[in-house]
Write a protein that binds this ligand. Structure first.
Ligand SMILES: O=C(O)CCC(=O)c1ccccc1C(=O)O
Ligand SMILES: [Mg+2]
Length: 368
């Protein structure tokens, strides 16, 4: 494999509904579409998923573009690669910037899978033919609106519900959901909205039999989460805090969590995702696939990754139609009875709609 040309399409996609978390709202989602061309003429696609603002992690769509254009893509152009695993090795001298790294690494994986004529899921060692899906519901203006959304997705067959919580919208919220929906498979995601000073409140959540509580404490913390996990019977799931295999090893060492929400973009690519997955399986950590409000390319990647055997809990990869009027892939990602079928076509397994992307892109940058 040798990349001879990479095009970055700078796109903004309007979400059907704003997605609100403890750190803010997303309505217009920046999407960096990466199109990489191999010397053999095979095309691979990747997606940069960073948001406009550095509130979930430190990255933004603009920092991703800067890293891709000025550092990461130049490192790969004209370089002979035998396997996509080499990309993360090459990127090691560049600190963090994981979403930018994952964007181009994903395109290399797509090319590789196409060259060996295998679906991406198989190329990475995935074995599932279908993956289980839950829904992550953002903060809503009223309980009634939240109930309506939960009802809708349960009716569609989604296998668990994740709600966002923040100080002032937590205990009562969970309590009302429980009394309305009985023992629905339910979890809560705080996106780092609490501190150890909130211990009594977090302990009070134990009463509601949540599947897990996701990222209650600081985005870069492992130590305080370990202290908290000792106090809670509810499993802690880490999202923001796990950015690499090194973080994963430390989390296991300290006992910071029992579950990990694994996102390709947050950890810098598919190769690192596999490493974290394998380590988690070996050390009894449950794993599931999270989401970044991805457009079709990132969504297709998430589906492929979730086919790895250690992804044992329903993921956040909802149907394309939940987010977009029109997605950038064909067919769109569909969820039937809470399940997505893994594509058996080579590479990502979905056709990327290049002319649609050309049409909606604000601009494009060609690097060669
Ligand atoms: O539907 C999705 O793509 C996942 C939704 C979600 O929970 C989320 C969305 C944006 C940023 C962070 C998170 C999160 O998992 O914390
Ligand atoms: Mg989360």
């Amino acid at each position: 494999m040798k990349l001879i040309e990479v095009t970055i399409y700078i796109v903004k996609m309007r979400m059907k509904n704003p997605f609100v978390t403890s750190f803010g709202a997303v309505q217009d989602k920046p999407v960096l579409v990466i199109q990489a061309k191999d010397e053999s003429g095979v095309i691979g696609w990747g997606e940069g998923v960073a948001f406009e603002a550095p509130s979930y992690t430190e990255e933004t769509a603009k920092t991703s573009l800067h890293m891709l254009e000025d550092f990461l893509i130049p490192m790969l152009l004209q370089r002979e690669l035998t396997h996509p695993d080499e990309v993360s090795e090459l990127f090691k001298p560049i600190r963090r910037n994981n979403m930018a790294k994952a964007a181009i690494e994903g395109a290399v994986w797509d090319i590789y899978a196409k060259l060996i004529n295998r679906p991406l899921s198989e190329a990475i060692g995935g074995t599932r033919k279908k993956v289980e899906i839950g829904i992550s519901v953002g903060l809503q203006p009223t309980d009634e609106e939240l109930f309506q959304i939960i009802e809708d997705y349960i009716a569609q067959g989604y296998k668990r519900v994740k709600v966002k919580i923040k100080p002032g919208r937590d205990i009562e919220l969970i309590q009302t959901i429980r009394s309305r929906f009985g023992n629905l498979p339910l979890m809560a995601d705080a996106n780092s909205a609490y501190t150890l000073a909130d211990l009594p409140l977090l302990k009070a959540l134990d009463e509601f039999n949540l599947l897990m509580i996701e990222q209650p404490l600081a985005h870069d913390d492992l130590v305080e989460h370990a202290l908290l996990q000792k106090e809670l019977s509810t499993p802690i799931c880490l999202d923001e805090s796990i950015t690499s295999i090194e973080d994963m090893k430390r989390a296991v060492m300290l006992g910071s969590c029992q579950v990990v929400n694994l996102k390709v973009a947050r950890v810098g690519g598919i190769t690192e995702t596999k490493r974290i997955h394998d380590y988690g399986v070996k050390h009894g950590i449950s794993i599931w696939c999270g989401g970044m409000l991805e457009a079709g390319i990132g969504r297709a990647q998430a589906v492929a990754v979730a086919s790895l055997s250690g992804f044992t809990l329903p993921g956040d990869t909802a149907a394309s139609s939940r987010y977009w009027d029109e997605d950038i892939i064909d067919p769109e990602v569909k969820v039937e009875n809470g399940l997505i079928s893994i594509s058996d076509k080579p590479g990502l397994g979905y056709t990327v709609k290049q002319s649609f992307i050309e049409q909606i892109a604000e601009r494009k940058i060609v690097l060669a």
